[in-house]
Design a protein around this ligand. Structure first.
Ligand SMILES: [Zn+2]
Ligand SMILES: [Zn+2]
Length: 302
């Protein structure tokens, strides 16, 4: 369960970027479903390059299966976009040459949702990502891109938040082969794990990204942000500007310097100017992160 800003909801472990033999993955769709089910996942989206899977014909083994696709419209400087479309019709196709924004608009119109996949790996800047509208999030962590050292997208995410684009973040495997399995996932807080409830939660930002640590409680009321989570050695509250409300616990000498496990965080957030955001980033003793989604901090009266 997660107490998410006053709503106590069950949580579901989701994989929202996965490839199969339908494109360049090495496992057949049924094998991917089995692997993720055995690893304790509740939700799995199959997102092959330019192709949808007929998930309704697969034995779901109890998983909520979501039909998806990784789309590759032309992007800036000759770089193709990597856009993960979730909950598209199983018959979904897009015409060759369709513009990226038109594709996102089409997916949204059909009841789906789009995530900006691994922008750092693509070589895209935050300014370029922000030319597209209508994403429900971006990938803050992508397992498959760690082999070239571009698996994290925190800086790009923060640049977008600084520019006023308040996107939530996903962690995903982008699984193609065994080395990509089970290193990043997204925890969805929803009344149940039906596809409709999962998609509603994703559109509302009711989720967090993680490599292992778990959030149990996230609250923000009367200017006070508080959180409870599984034991971590590094806990950082991030916000805009270098002189923002960066807070590190448990040790004031800097994040992780105490190297003691900590499971709670509280900070009073005082925004001096509009557009102030705040997000919590925690890291456990094994170096695994979890990221809460950003909240807007209202300007405090002087
Ligand atoms: Zn990709
Ligand atoms: Zn991919």
């Amino acid at each position: 369960m997660l107490d998410l800003f006053g709503r106590v909801l069950p949580t579901y472990k989701g994989g929202f970027h996965t490839h199969t033999t339908l494109s360049d993955g090495i496992f057949a769709p049924s094998e991917v479903v089995r692997l993720y089910r055995e690893a304790g996942y509740d939700i799995l989206a199959l997102t092959d390059h330019r192709k949808t899977n007929t998930v309704s014909e697969l034995d779901n083994l109890g998983l909520t299966l979501i039909s998806g696709m990784e789309m590759h419209p032309a992007g800036p400087r000759g770089i193709p976009w990597h856009i993960v479309a979730l909950n598209v019709p199983e018959s979904f196709e897009y015409p060759e040459g369709m513009a990226a924004q038109d594709m996102i608009d089409l997916v949204n119109k059909l009841g789906g949702a789009c995530v900006c996949a691994h922008p750092h790996w693509c070589g895209l800047t935050s300014a370029e990502v922000m030319t597209l509208k209508g994403f429900i999030g971006l990938e803050v962590f992508n397992t498959a891109t760690r082999y070239i050292g571009k698996e994290y997208n925190m800086q790009l995410w923060d640049e977008m938040l600084d520019a006023g684009v308040m996107l939530p973040a996903f962690a995903v495997d982008d699984m193609h082969r065994p080395r990509d399995l089970f290193r990043g996932w997204t925890v969805v807080a929803a009344p149940d794990a039906s596809p409709a409830s999962v998609m509603t939660a994703l559109r509302q930002g009711d989720f967090y990204a993680t490599q292992g640590p778990e959030f149990h409680f996230l609250h923000f009321a009367d200017g006070v942000f508080s959180a409870e989570f599984s034991p971590c050695t590094e806990v950082i509250g991030l916000t805009n500007f270098s002189g923002g409300y960066c807070v590190a616990v448990p040790d004031a000498d800097g994040p992780g310097s105490g190297a003691k496990d900590c499971g709670a965080f509280t900070a009073t957030l005082k925004a001096k100017r509009p557009g102030t955001w705040f997000r919590l980033q925690i890291r456990d003793s094994q170096g695994r992160y979890a990221w809460s989604n950003p909240i807007a901090v209202p300007v405090t009266e002087a």
